[in-house]
Design a protein around this ligand. Structure first.
Ligand code: SF4
Ligand code: SF4
Ligand SMILES: [Zn+2]
Length: 143
């Protein structure tokens, strides 16, 4: 992936997670590392090259960057991805597999715009964290 594309798709994880709603990303972006008890936080999937998602840790294709998104894989959705997906559906009402199918359909740039809208705080226009279930700007709770 060239540098420009890497920057453009930084917040679109290969597993279908939107990094813009991650606590590690938001804590860093909003200067809340100390408050959240985090050392460094995260700059986003592609820039940080983090192996945060279990699927990446256990997947050679992803680790060696042979594909950009899991939907390109012959095994999609593999057992590991299904497991991670089920966890996010249960805990966060968010499906990585559905996200990946949407990225495949409309492209990463359009999907990222949709995600920005989806995770925008209805109270202040700030950023909702799906992990903490609240806005990192005003504290508005989504559950
Ligand atoms: S920790 Fe993982 S999900 Fe969070 S911003 Fe970094 S790469 Fe994305
Ligand atoms: S779907 Fe394919 S690329 Fe994605 S984690 Fe599973 S094996 Fe790896
Ligand atoms: Zn808010």
């Amino acid at each position: 992936m060239d540098q420009q594309k890497l920057l453009e798709t930084n917040l679109a994880g290969p597993c279908g997670f939107y990094c813009g709603t991650c606590s590690h990303y938001l804590a860093r972006a909003k200067g809340l590392l100390k408050e959240k008890n985090l050392k460094h936080g995260c700059k986003g999937c592609r820039i940080q090259d983090k192996k945060c998602a279990w699927v990446k840790r256990d997947c050679t294709l992803l680790r060696k960057k042979q594909i950009e998104f899991c939907f390109e894989c012959a095994d999609f959705p593999c057992a590991n991805l299904v497991k991670l997906d089920q966890r996010h559906v249960r805990d966060d009402n968010m499906s990585l597999i559905n996200n990946l199918l949407r990225i495949k359909k409309v492209g990463a740039a359009q999907w990222l715009k949709e995600q920005e809208d989806q995770w925008r705080c209805p109270e202040c226009g700030g950023n909702i964290c799906v992990i903490d279930k609240k806005c990192y700007d005003c504290g508005y709770k989504i559950r």
